[in-house]
Design a protein around this ligand. Structure first.
Ligand SMILES: [Fe+2]
Length: 243
């Protein structure tokens, strides 16, 4: 089975991802070449910045899939959202309308700025009780601090924690690359994502995949990118990998 990307900004014209469909196709071809089989189109939902209509996200996925058929790009897509933990998110949460992946009860959430809010674990507990499965985006960005590792161990009991492959590959600089590798080595992460906005980060994404393969092993890479993302989409919370 191929890789699954739970975090991607491939849809054109909806957020800070591609502005032209040609750029989406370049990104899609590159991800298919790296071994991805399913990409979740998680356009930003960030109040006051990017709030694309959810019907537009769904129709964008349908339209891009048709273009893939014509162009011979072998990649499946699922609509989704990168929900920012902001007032729009809370308005939606209060009426049980958090944008999820496709028809699932799994959703992706990010913080606009660190740190992780003190009561986030309580919120996770409540959402789990309501039947949601949560993916926390790019945890490597929420503070380079060894104390965070214990926090991640706790949060990872209630959410799937993700790290971006291109951070490991150096897109955010050496310090973040080193921190991302440290987090992975501690065994607190369940899934790896690309968070691709364009083809420009594909080389760093590939470097990240190579590092995981060489340092943690092929079975770890496959847990991060094949088994665990599918588990999460099915509403099950997998164990962290490595450590
Ligand atoms: Fe993102």
């Amino acid at each position: 089975m191929g890789y699954v990307d739970l975090h991607n900004h491939m849809l054109p014209g909806l957020d800070d991802g591609p502005s032209e469909i040609s750029q989406s196709l370049e990104l899609a071809s590159g991800l298919a070449r790296l071994g991805f089989e399913l990409v979740c189109c998680t356009s930003h939902q960030r109040y006051g910045l990017f709030t694309p209509d959810l019907d537009l996200v769904r129709s964008g996925v349908r339209s891009l899939k048709k273009t893939f058929e014509v162009q011979g790009i072998d990649l499946d897509l699922l609509p989704g959202a990168e929900n920012c933990y902001d007032e729009l998110f809370w308005r939606r949460a209060h009426v049980n309308e958090i944008p999820c992946y496709g028809e699932t009860k799994t959703f992706l959430v990010e913080f606009a700025s660190p740190p992780v809010p003190p009561d986030f674990g309580v919120k996770l507990f409540e959402w789990r009780k309501q039947g949601y499965t949560i993916v926390l985006a790019h945890i490597e960005r929420y503070g380079i601090d060894m104390k965070m590792l214990d926090r991640f161990r706790d949060l990872g009991q209630m959410a799937a924690l993700s790290v971006n492959l291109d951070t490991i590959g150096g897109t955010w600089g050496r310090t973040y690359a080193k921190w991302a590798k440290r987090i992975l080595s501690e065994g607190v992460v369940q899934v790896l994502t690309t968070d691709s906005h364009s083809a420009s980060t594909l080389a760093a994404t590939e470097r990240g995949m190579t590092w995981v393969d060489k340092s943690m092993g092929r079975s770890a890479l496959e847990s991060f990118l094949v088994r665990n993302p599918r588990e999460v989409l099915a509403g099950r919370l997998p164990d962290p990998v490595g450590g």
